[in-house]
Write a protein that binds this ligand. Structure first.
Ligand SMILES: Nc1ncnc2c1ncn2[C@@H]1O[C@H](COP(=O)(O)OP(=O)(O)OP(=O)(O)O)[C@@H](O)[C@H]1O
Length: 588
C-alpha cells in the first residue's frame, strides 16, 4: 500500500539516528566538505603557528647566542604571510560551508513540502498547520544553524583543543597536567551558570511567544472588543503581558551580565595562575622566556575551546531534536498510493457506492455504515440530513480523501482502489463550504492551477457563475485584486468565484458543499442560478441546505447516523412521513 513518490533523501532519513542521518544527508556535497575542512585548517593555521614564532622571536631577543638574529626577518615575514592568507582561505571556507549547508536546507524543505503534498488527508486533519509550518521553517533553520555551528565554531574548537593538548604533551607534559587540572574548574562554572541561563532563557521565550499570540488574538478581536466597549480591559491585559516580558527580560539580562563578568574574571584568574606557574618553570630554568608566551597561548586556547564546546552543546541538542521532528513528516507512512494504478483519461461520471463502511477511528461508531448508492452520469444528487449524519464523509470518500474500510466505490464501473486518483481528480471539481481564496486577481483565483485557459472559456464560466455583472462593474475588471483571502468580496461573491473555479475545469463530476451561512435574498438567488447552470451536463453531488437546491435535484439522499435513511425526488419524499418531511417542516 505504501508505494509513494519518495526522494532518495527520505530513504536515508532515520530520525532515531539523527547524527547518522545528518552525515548521510551531508554526503551529497562531500567535495564541499573536504574543501571546507582543508580551508578551515589553512585559515586557522596562524592561530596555531604564530605563538611558536612569537616564542622564537622572544627567545632570540633574550638569548641571541641560542638562535641567530638573522632569522628574525624570516619569522616576521612568515607571520605576515600566514595572516594575510586568511582573507582568501576564510572566504573560500565560508562559501564552501554555506554552499553545502544551504543546499541541505533547501533539500530538506523541498523534501518536506513534497511529502506533505502526498501525505493523506487524514494525516493533515490530525496535524496542526502551525506545527507543520514550524517544521518546514523553524526546524530546518535549526538544522542549518546546527551545521553552520559545527562547521565553524565546533570544528575549530575540537581541532584547536587537540592541537594544544598534543603540542603541550609532547613538549612539556608537566604543563599539560596543570592545564588539565584547570579545565574542569572552568567547565564546572560554565555548566552551573549555563543551566540557570537556559531556564531563564526558555521562560523568557515562552513569555514572548505568549505575548505574540496575545497580540495576534487582540488584533483579531478588535471588532468584538469595540462592539462590547471592552477597549480598556483589552489594553490592560496586553499591558500585563508586556510587563511580564519586561520582568523576565530584565532577569535574563541580569544573569547574563553576572555570567559574562564571572566568566571573564575566571578566565583572567586562570590565566594569571597559569602565568605564575609558567614563570616558576622559567625561573627554575626548565623553559626559556619565549616558551612562557607559547604555553600561555596554548593554555588560553584550551580554555577557550572548552568554553566554546560547552556553549555549542545545547545548540547541538536542539539541532538533533529538529532532525527527529522532521522525521514525523518524512517517515510518516500514511501516503496516498497511486503508483502503478490505472490512469483515467476520460470519465462519464457514473458513481456507485457498494456497501461502504468507514469509520474515522478504529473501534468508533462508523461515520458511514454500509451505504449503497448508484448514481447515473449527469444526475444531480442532493445530500441532506441532520448534522453529523455523514454527508461530508460521503464526499470525502468519493474524491478519495478517505478510503473505505469495507465495501467499494466504483467510478465508471471501476473500483476506485485500482485507479490513479490523481488522474480521476482531473475530472472532479469540488466547491468546499468555506471558499479558500488567495490575494491575487479574480482571474488568478479562477484559473488557479491551469496554464492554458482561453479568455473565451473564462468569460463562459464567469457567465455561468453569475459573475459577469460584478466583473464588468469593477474598474479593473477580471484583473481586480481581491485582497487577502478575498477580503473585498461578499459571501455570495466568494461562493460564485469558487463555482467559477470549479467550472473552468469542465468537470465530469462536481461536488458542491453549500455554505450554511445565510445569504440575503438577492445573493442567494444569484448563487442558486450559478448552481443551476453548474449542474448541467455533469454528475453533481450537492451537500444541500437551501430548499431551492433540494427541489432542483434529481434525487435527494437523506443521510442519518451514517446510513441512507431515505432516497427519492422532492415530491416523493414530501409525500412520505419521514425524516425529510420533518426536516423541511422545521425549516419553513
Ligand atoms: N476528521 C474527523 N475525525 C473524526 N471524526 C469525524 C471527523 N469528521 C467527521 N467526523 C465524525 O463523523 C460523523 C459524520 O460527520 P460528517 O461531517 O460527515 O457529517 P455531516 O452530515 O457532513 O455533518 P454537517 O452537516 O454538520 O457538516 C460525525 O459523527 C462526526 O463527528
Amino acid at each position: 500500500m505504501l508505494v509513494s513518490p519518495r526522494s532518495p533523501l527520505e530513504y536515508s532519513f532515520r530520525s532515531e539516528r539523527p547524527v547518522r542521518t545528518l552525515f548521510s544527508l551531508l554526503r551529497r556535497k562531500r567535495l564541499y566538505y573536504v574543501v571546507t575542512v582543508l580551508m578551515l585548517i589553512l585559515k586557522h593555521s596562524p592561530m596555531w603557528i604564530i605563538p611558536f614564532l612569537t616564542a622564537r622571536v622572544i627567545n632570540t631577543l633574550a638569548d641571541p647566542k641560542l638562535y641567530p638574529v638573522s632569522q628574525l626577518p624570516f619569522y616576521f615575514g612568515a607571520v605576515v604571510i600566514l595572516t594575510v592568507q586568511n582573507v582568501p582561505s576564510h572566504t573560500i571556507y565560508i562559501s564552501m560551508l554555506s554552499g553545502a549547508v544551504r543546499d541541505l536546507e533547501r533539500t530538506l524543505r523541498s523534501a518536506l513540502v513534497t511529502r506533505l503534498q502526498h501525505l493523506s488527508i487524514a494525516f493533515h486533519d490530525r496535524s496542526e498547520t502551525g506545527r507543520l509550518q514550524a517544521k518546514v521553517l523553524r526546524d530546518v533553520e535549526q538544522i542549518q544553524m546546527f551545521c553552520m555551528l559545527v562547521g565553524e565554531g565546533g570544528m575549530v574548537a575540537v581541532l584547536s583543543f587537540l592541537f594544544a593538548v598534543t603540542v603541550t604533551a609532547v613538549r612539556e607534559p608537566r604543563m599539560l597536567l596543570f592545564f588539565l587540572l584547570m579545565v574542569p574548574l572552568v567547565a564546572l562554572m560554565r555548566t552551573l551558570f549555563g543551566r540557570k541561563i537556559q531556564q531563564r532563557n526558555s521562560a523568557f521565550r515562552q513569555q514572548v511567544e505568549q505575548m505574540s499570540s496575545g497580540v495576534s488574538e487582540m488584533l483579531n478581536m478588535i471588532p468584538v472588543v469595540r462592539a462590547h466597549g471592552l477597549e480598556g480591559e483589552a489594553s490592560r491585559e496586553m499591558n500585563r503581558q508586556f510587563e511580564e516580558v519586561n520582568q523576565r527580560g530584565r532577569k535574563l539580562d541580569q544573569i547574563n551580565a553576572l555570567f559574562g563578568a564571572s566568566s571573564w574574571v575566571t578566565f583572567q584568574l586562570s590565566m594569571i595562575v597559569g602565568l605564575s606557574v609558567l614563570s616558576w618553570f622559567c625561573l627554575k630554568g626548565w623553559i626559556p622566556v619565549g616558551d612562557v608566551v607559547l604555553y600561555q597561548s596554548l593554555f588560553s586556547m584550551i580554555i577557550m575551546c572548552v568554553t566554546q564546546m560547552l556553549t555549542i552543546y545545547p545548540q547541538l541538542a536542539k539541532g538533533l531534536e529538529s532532525v527527529r521532528s522532521l522525521g514525523e513528516v518524512l517517515e510518516y507512512p500514511d501516503l496516498e498510493h497511486n503508483r502503478g494504478r490505472r490512469k483515467v483519461d476520460r470519465l462519464r461520471g457514473e458513481v456507485a457506492f457498494r456497501d461502504v463502511l468507514f469509520s474515522y477511528e478504529e473501534g468508533k461508531a462508523p461515520a458511514i455504515n454500509r451505504v449503497s448508492l448508484d448514481v447515473t452520469p449527469g444526475e444531480c444528487i442532493a445530500l441532506v440530513g441532520p448534522s453529523g449524519g455523514g454527508k461530508s464523509t460521503m464526499m470525502q470518500l468519493l474524491i478519495g480523501f478517505r478510503r473505505p474500510q469495507d465495501g467499494q466505490i466504483l467510478i465508471d464501473g471501476q473500483n476506485m482502489e485500482e485507479l490513479d486518483m490523481r488522474t480521476v481528480r482531473r475530472f472532479i471539481s469540488v466547491v468546499p463550504q468555506e471558499t479558500i481564496l488567495f490575494s491575487g486577481t479574480i482571474l488568478e483565483n479562477i484559473v488557479y492551477g491551469l496554464s492554458d485557459v482561453s479568455m473565451d472559456q473564462v468569460n463562459e464560466v464567469l457567465a455561468a457563475a453569475n459573475l459577469s455583472e460584478l466583473v464588468e462593474s469593477l474598474p479593473e475588471g477580471i484583473q481586480t485584486r481581491i485582497g487577502e483571502d478575498g477580503a473585498m468580496l461578499s459571501g455570495g461573491q466568494r461562493q460564485r468565484i469558487a463555482i467559477a473555479r470549479a467550472l473552468i475545469r469542465n468537470p465530469q463530476i462536481l461536488v458542491l458543499d453549500e455554505a450554511t451561512s445565510a445569504l440575503d435574498v438577492v445573493s442567494e438567488k444569484k448563487v442558486q442560478e450559478a448552481i443551476d447552470r453548474a449542474v448541467q451536463n455533469r454528475t453533481t453531488f450537492i451537500v444541500a441546505h437551501r430548499l431551492s437546491t433540494v427541489r432542483a435535484a434529481d434525487r435527494i439522499v437523506v443521510m442519518k447516523d451514517g446510513r441512507v435513511a431515505e432516497v427519492g425526488s422532492y415530491d416523493e419524499l414530501m409525500a412520505r412521513d419521514g425524516v425529510f418531511r420533518e426536516m423541511q417542516s422545521l425549516q419553513q
